[in-house]
Ligand binder design. Structure first.
Ligand SMILES: Cc1cc2nc3c(=O)[nH]c(=O)nc-3n(C[C@H](O)[C@H](O)[C@H](O)COP(=O)(O)O)c2cc1C
Length: 306
């Protein structure tokens, strides 16, 4: 029997497999289909302080090897989430990671404080891939300086484990990891979706009403592995890796590259039991390769070429 437990910056998980924000509803939708005892954590869909309608439709489409979405962070608001959604999530007996965003640094801190104070939230994940109006619409995660400012404000408002979710479209992940370490984050999530676009050539129009969106699914996986590998070597923050995890081999690849745990996103749409299947596969792999604990896989990559 493999010891499957991992510690993600203070968040105790019974397996290293979580669900990714925005792809598992608010958890309860899958109650009939999933063995929650094999899931390490459920990450809820992102919320800000106020209810938010998201973008106009159409807001997602399939692309080769993946999914393009511009949902636009639709959500009921932090207080509604705490009052109405959290009680049902708590009944599943799985640690809940609340995912938070804002339109200003102040709103990030305020929403994070509401979620931090809620019984039943085990950790806070901060999505910094949202436009910062004060900084000309660039995202809060697009420069290490603004990232540091945002994380500092949230850290001051949050006692629970603080995970910051970074975007993949930066030239070098190292300064972002250093900013998170300096500001006291407990872990990093990588990757959010990759900015992308699809065009309907017959209509000569963008497919999505928002014109552009974020790419996820199988096609982003190798890019995500490289970023996780770079992040692991840049610092000491535990990593929650996501991006095209469809089977145990994808999860193990992430862990060998340096991830402490992984999250399943787009794959859940085609097979809701993916996370459970992956936990079982990691367990079998550890047995086959002589690892007594799943946590031993983290960074266990042999660097020499074959
Ligand atoms: C439909 C959809 C909605 C998403 N919503 C959120 C969200 O609210 N907050 C967030 O931080 N990430 C969100 N994400 C990003 C995912 O959590 C994940 O980082 C990304 O999709 C890469 O993983 P995957 O390839 O396994 O899907 C969303 C992704 C999709 C596909």
């Amino acid at each position: 029997m493999t010891d499957m437990t991992v510690d993600l910056g203070g968040l105790e998980m019974r397996t290293p497999v979580a669900t990714a924000s925005g792809t598992f509803g608010y958890g309860r939708e899958y109650a009939e289909m999933v063995d929650y005892s094999r899931i390490g954590a459920i990450t809820a869909k992102g919320v800000r302080m106020v209810p938010w309608p998201g973008n106009p439709m159409p807001r997602h489409c399939e692309v080769p090897g993946g999914l393009l979405n511009a949902i636009g962070l639709q959500g009921p608001g932090a207080e509604h989430f705490v009052k109405w959604t959290l009680p049902q999530l708590r009944a599943l007996d799985v640690p809940v990671i609340a995912n938070v965003w804002g339109a200003s640094v102040e709103e990030y801190a305020q929403a994070a404080a509401v979620l931090d104070a809620a019984a039943g939230v085990s950790a806070i994940e901060v999505n910094v891939s949202c436009p910062n109006v004060k900084e000309g619409g660039h995202t809060f995660g697009s420069s290490p300086r603004i990232l540091a400012e945002t994380v500092r404000a949230v850290r001051a408002a949050v006692k629970k484990p603080l995970i910051v979710k970074l975007a993949p479209n930066v030239p070098d992940i190292a300064p972002y990891i250093h900013a998170l370490e300096d500001e006291g984050a407990d872990a990093v999530s990588l990757i959010n979706t990759i900015p992308a676009m699809a065009i309907d050539i017959e209509k000569r129009r963008p497919v999505l009403a928002n014109r552009t969106g974020g790419l996820s699914g199988r096609c982003v996986h190798p890019a995500a592995v490289k970023i996780v590998y770079d992040a692991y070597r840049a610092g000491k923050l535990p990593i929650l890796a996501m991006g095209g995890v469809y089977g145990p081999e994808d999860a193990i690849e992430f862990m060998l590259a340096g991830a402490t745990a992984v999250a399943v996103g787009t794959a859940t749409f085609t097979d809701p039991s993916t996370a459970v299947r992956i936990a079982d596969g990691i367990d079998r792999y550890c047995g086959r390769h002589g690892f007594s604990a799943a946590r031993e896989l983290t960074g266990a990559l042999l660097e020499t070429a074959p």
